[in-house]
Design a protein around this ligand. Structure first.
Ligand SMILES: [Zn+2]
Ligand SMILES: [Zn+2]
Length: 295
């Protein structure tokens, strides 16, 4: 158990409640063992691990910030929005997150139903097997159609059956980046743009997201080169965004850095908290978080 220590602040981590490999409490234990003292558990589209992580964090001296990461659908590339200081007991927020979780799988289910009705029998079970537990998408469906012999090649599934304007197509449902930022704000959280390197046309999108209420940007991230970090810090300063950062630890394969593996200044936390108190956020949400985490 002589793991080298990491840095004390990690504002981007995942558990089994989304696509990470460990239970929430286990992620906190591993973070604590690495010297992390402030950790955001930021599972995709859910706060389900927060309560368990907070309890374990209290035991081990790790402050756990209830958070989520929202993936969005738009022409801006992979825009992921981290929402900090959200209330796991906010029923209206949970309703919206559940809607997001359901739509990811539901879209593919609907397309399977359409294909079956059109005379291209495909089993949803097989599509799920192909996805191996990952978030379902059309590539998994295309593979199943190919295997079932309905199309001569994988790519043909797209061109004849499941592309936009094809008979079995079902439109994707998801948040735009702007909606994701507003969702976090509307529920009293503080939104930060995750790993900006995956965004298309960042310099054009940023002012729009700032207008929607964006408060931070993940300038410190494992895969950023030093030059990229400097560029993001400059952009953050230009747009009055708080530089945030984290490991994006998943515990699976090469995805993300080790827990506490990215240096994030401790002053980030009070700066984020100050943004929660002003702007669009509702101060009462803060109190319900505090009450909700008391035993
Ligand atoms: Zn992400
Ligand atoms: Zn992530």
């Amino acid at each position: 158990m002589s793991e080298p220590l990491g840095y004390p602040v990690d504002l981007h981590t995942h558990s089994l409640r989304s696509d990470g490999a460990y239970e929430p409490a286990e992620v906190v234990r591993r973070a604590a063992a690495r010297g992390v003292r402030i950790q955001a558990l930021s599972d995709h589209d859910t706060l389900a691990g927060a309560a368990e992580a907070i309890v374990e964090g209290e035991r081990l001296g790790v402050r756990v910030i209830p958070s989520t990461e929202l993936n969005t659908e738009s022409e801006w590339g992979d825009v992921h929005v981290l929402g900090y200081f959200l209330d796991p007991q906010d029923p209206a927020l949970e309703e919206r997150l559940r809607w997001l979780r359901e739509h990811r799988g539901r879209r593919i289910e609907l397309m399977v139903e359409k294909l079956n009705a059109l005379g291209y029998p495909v089993r949803l079970e097989r599509v799920l097997e192909i996805a191996q537990g990952g978030a379902l998408g059309r590539p998994h469906l295309a593979q199943a159609l190919f295997e079932a012999g309905h199309v001569p090649a994988y790519d043909a599934a797209f061109s004849t059956l499941i592309s936009k304007d094809s008979p079995a197509y079902v439109a994707r449902v998801g948040l735009t980046p702007h909606e994701a930022v507003r969702l976090v704000r509307e529920h009293g959280g503080v939104p930060s743009l995750a790993h900006p390197g995956t965004v298309t046309d960042l310099e054009r999108l940023l002012p729009q997201l700032v207008e929607a209420g964006l408060a931070g940007m993940e300038c410190y991230y494992g895969s950023h080169t030093p030059e990229a970090t400097v560029r993001y810090l400059r952009l953050a300063a230009e747009h009055d965004l708080i530089p945030t950062g984290g490991s994006d630890f998943h515990g699976r394969g090469a995805h993300g850095a080790p827990l506490g593996g990215v240096r994030v200044p401790e002053s980030t936390i009070p700066r984020l908290e100050a943004r929660r108190a002003k702007g669009h956020s509702r101060p009462e949400a803060y109190h319900s978080v505090a009450v909700g985490t008391e035993r």
